[in-house]
Ligand binder design. Structure first.
Ligand code: AMP
Ligand code: MG
Length: 707
């Protein structure tokens, strides 16, 4: 038999290969409070000492040590939060009451705890012992010295590290950018369990488990995850999907399924770029000597597109993991290969899973051919994580096998039985057979989840709406689409590659909102005239507003006064909305646009108004008044109109401003984005006279604009 094209390599070798191709991502500065879970890329030094003044450790009396023992007269009080110099001077044999954390007055050098004094009357205390200088006083910088290195590059930021930084007043952290990881499932048989169209499930289909599981795994290990959906077992469709993922600027693509030997398993050929004009790939390995997960495939892609050369040089390449389709194989290979790669990119100095040792709770039969990663839960003997606290001085530093945790198999290990991942805290590293490992034997294992957190209930899959905070810049394209999708939105845009997430580009998102089903084709064709006044009859007002916005934008673009600003409209559809879901949609849309226009579901637009108010960080319901009067400093609409030299007379402008400005548009601000709810009646005029004015405001004014 001819040798297999992809020789089976040992798993440790595969992991080392993956890590050798995983490069730390660029450093960015982020607010410290947003950096929990990230790795510090530079040391954090204390910009000030703590405590910044000599502070009392006790509630008591501030004294001169030379006055003790003795009877002292109380002349005042120093409480935490009071300025240092309130009690700048006292005479000998005087004292002030002091609380824990208060600045010790400059004349005092010790604090006598309240329980050690005798109050003679309300004016004197009697101290019957001597006190040394500095007694019960924390000197300046005794907890944190000025310029001391508080945290080091490579430290993982957790809650306590955040606390240390906050105490020292350090508010930004230099960290490596989080890896952007895109997930897709392959397989003709797969149906999205969360989709409405579940009818196909009858016809030999199964639900797609991997994608949701892997998206969640990716988020759990600190990635910004995006969902590329289910792709059919078709080399062209797969290629297109990979191309879109590459366009989306991600660092890692994780596919599952289609990597083994079947006649529909195209992924390896797809990754080599056989069906693509735009990328080429190298497969570093295509099979691994392990169970479960033998067909695990690892590739690196580069694009042939010269436009992206610069980007590629910056990003190097995109790593692709072709995980086997069986859910357990996908989960195990993610834990062993993808997670370490993501951790290395995020700056972790030791990205591999932690190895521990455990005693087997029962015999396990070895696989005759391949080493196995056997899923097990862990339990510590009494005195371990769940036992009672104990201390025996004769037993110090004595670590014996009896202190090791016990590993209990999660049951049948066939790679389709995802229940074997339930409660799995460790992957036991079992050699290939023949034979058994016996109960009581000690084996090594790789920790895949914090012991103690994996047992009990199956974890609910939680896909967070991946709304990108403004500091992050994601290029648009597929990734943009999938971020929006993850937020539960349908986004239609002809030109989604233009989006710059978080940068608040020149994008207007029109949120169309339909309570009842979509319009019939006939109804839609009647909607083609955007200037038409909406009828009272139903949900068509959404389309009227969308059309009106598009028309206004086309007209603004055609006479754009600054050539570098061209506005775009995208439709964001919120089906079956309530005020609450609509307000979530608004927030999501605000993550990638400068203006969000909400098209109401009916002629009243009441729910939309309510949603604007719910979603708004702040704002006001009457944009019209503001705009009409042009009161806001630096945002004088009339002036802007004049300066922009519109082709209309001054008188016309004035009339326009007075009569139609806003026409009842309600507006507010969400996450730095202007949100308007457009009235369904006369929406064209409202948008023209309200939003158009904003669009024509010069960019400098826009950027500083806070409504
Ligand atoms: P494959 O690796 O594509 O040959 O798939 C191996 C097995 O895993 C088949 O039984 C598939 O139906 C199943 N499978 C593949 N992808 C998924 C998925 N996303 N969710 C659940 N099962 C899957
Ligand atoms: Mg398949």
């Amino acid at each position: 038999m001819a040798p297999h094209r992809y020789p089976m390599i040992p798993m440790p070798e595969a992991i080392d290969m993956v890590l050798s191709r995983s490069v730390q991502l660029p450093i960015e500065t982020v607010p410290f409070r947003d950096a929990v879970g990230k790795v510090l890329a530079s040391d954090v030094n204390a910009p000030r000492p703590h405590p910044p003044f000599p502070a009392s450790i006790m509630d008591g009396y501030a004294v001169r040590s030379q006055d003790c023992p003795g009877v002292l007269r109380i002349v005042g009080a120093a409480r935490a939060g009071a300025p240092h110099d309130v009690h700048g001077a006292t005479d000998l044999n005087q004292t002030v009451y002091i609380t824990t954390g208060a600045p010790v007055p400059s004349w005092a050098d010790a604090v006598v705890p309240i329980e050690r004094i005798e109050l003679e009357n309300n004016e004197h205390i009697n101290i019957d012992a001597a006190y040394k200088k500095g007694a019960n006083v924390r000197a300046i910088g005794s907890d944190i010295k000025m310029n001391e290195t508080l945290l080091q590059a490579g430290d993982v930021i957790g809650p306590h590290e955040l606390g240390i930084a906050a105490l020292a007043g350090v508010v930004t952290a230099n960290t490596h950018r989080a890896p952007r990881l895109a997930v897709l499932s392959t397989g003709d048989e797969l149906v999205d369990p969360f989709s409405d169209k579940k009818t196909e499930i009858e016809k030999g289909s199964i639900y797609d488990a991997n994608r949701y599981m892997l998206l969640s795994c990716a988020e759990e290990c600190g990635c910004v995850a995006s969902d590329l959906g289910i792709v059919k077992d078709d080399p062209i469709a797969l290629t297109k999907s990979i191309e879109e993922a590459l366009d989306g600027d991600c660092d890692i693509i994780v596919c599952s399924g289609g990597v083994s030997e079947g006649d529909k398993d195209f992924l390896k050929r797809v990754l080599l770029g056989e069906f693509s004009d735009t990328f080429e790939g190298v497969i570093h390995f295509g099979r691994v000597m392990m169970k479960p997960g033998k067909p695990l495939t690892f590739a690196e892609l580069t694009t042939k597109d010269s436009k992206r050369v610069e980007e590629i040089q910056k990003m190097k390449t995109t790593l692709v993991f072709g995980l086997p389709g069986n859910p357990v194989s996908a989960a195990v290979t993610f834990a062993l290969c993808v997670k370490p790669a993501a951790r290395r990119m995020a700056g972790h100095t030791d990205p591999k899973p932690r190895r521990i040792h455990a005693t087997l709770a029962s015999d396990i039969t070895l696989d005759n051919e391949r080493p196995e990663y056997h899923r097990a839960s862990l339990e510590w003997p009494s005195g371990g994580s769940s036992g009672s606290w104990s201390y025996n001085s004769s037993d110090t530093n004595k670590s014996t096998d009896t202190n090791l945790p016990t590993a209990t198999s999660t049951g049948r290990q066939i790679s389709s039985r995802l229940k074997s991942m339930r409660g799995a805290e460790v992957l036991l590293e079992l050699p290939s057979g023949p034979g058994f490992v016996r109960k009581g034997q000690v084996v090594s294992g790789l920790v895949i989840r914090e012991p103690g957190s994996g047992g009990g209930e199956m974890q609910m899959v939680r896909i967070r709406a991946a709304v990108t905070p403004p500091v992050l810049t994601l290029n648009g394209g597929v990734l943009g689409q999938t971020v929006a999708k993850a937020a539960g939105l349908h986004v239609n845009s002809k030109d989604s590659s233009e989006w710059k997430f978080g940068k608040k580009p020149n994008t207007i998102a029109v949120v169309t909102h339909r309570f009842v089903g979509a319009l019939s084709t006939e109804e839609q064709s009647q909607e083609s005239d955007g200037a038409r006044v909406a009828t009272d009859e139903g949900n068509d007002s959404a389309d009227v507003v969308l059309d009106a916005t598009m028309k206004v934008v086309v007209s603004v673009n055609s006479r754009a006064l600054e050539s570098n600003i061209t506005w775009k409209v995208v439709e964001v559809r919120a089906d079956h909305g309530t005020s609450q879901t609509l307000s979530n949609t608004i927030r999501a849309a605000a993550a990638f646009s400068s203006i969000v226009v909400i098209a109401p579901s009916g002629p009243g637009g009441v729910s939309s108004q309510a949603a604007v108010v719910t979603a708004m960080d702040y704002g006001f319901p009457g944009l019209a008044d503001r705009m009409r009067n042009g009161h806001r400093e630096g945002f004088d609409v009339n002036d802007s109109l004049k300066n922009n030299e519109l082709n209309q007379s001054q008188t016309d402008l004035k009339t326009l401003a007075d009569e139609h400005a806003g026409c009842g548009i309600g507006a507010g601000q969400v996450n730095g984005c202007v949100v308007c709810s457009a009235p369904p009646r006369n929406s064209y005029n409202a948008i023209k006279n309200g939003i158009e004015r904003m669009l024509l405001v010069p960019r400098e004014k826009w950027e500083g604009l806070v409504l």
